[in-house]
Design a protein around this ligand. Structure first.
Ligand SMILES: [Cu+2]
Length: 134
């Protein structure tokens, strides 16, 4: 009994050390850019008149945007190719307060400009699609 306890304990210590090493290596990383959300899933929330988060990075390719409206007004998540909001890439319909919608699309690498088409000057965000790293 006592021996088993000791073994388990030493395994725990080993695990803790290994974790600490991993964390140490990880923070040693190449740059401090936000890592793309894995799996092409991108959660984004509309609160009252703002997108959270306001800057997002995702891996280019098939992207599934999970747009949730936690505000009290109706909002859209509309993606544009340019900062003048002239070239629409894709958009959700208006999502009512408390609603949630999924927008699936294919993004080529680059920077995109997001806004709510119902509150275009108040609600803006950016979305960067990064080339897959493999
Ligand atoms: Cu809005």
């Amino acid at each position: 009994m006592h021996l088993r306890y000791l073994i388990r304990r030493s395994m725990l210590v080993t695990f803790a050390l290994a974790s600490a090493l991993l964390i140490a290596c990880g923070s040693d990383g190449d740059d401090e850019e936000a890592t793309p959300t894995g799996g092409g899933e991108l959660p984004v929330i509309a609160k009252d008149f703002e997108f959270v988060p306001v800057e997002q990075t995702v891996e280019a390719g098939e992207v599934s945007i999970q747009f949730e409206n936690q505000g009290s007004e109706r909002h859209t998540y509309s993606i544009y190719r340019d900062g003048e909001y002239e070239e629409l890439v894709d958009t959700t319909t208006g999502v009512n307060a408390g609603g949630r919608v999924e927008l699936e699309l294919s993004l080529s690498p680059g920077e995109y400009f997001v806004r709510c088409d119902l509150h275009p000057t108040q609600m803006q965000a950016t979305l960067e699609a990064q080339e897959a790293a493999d």
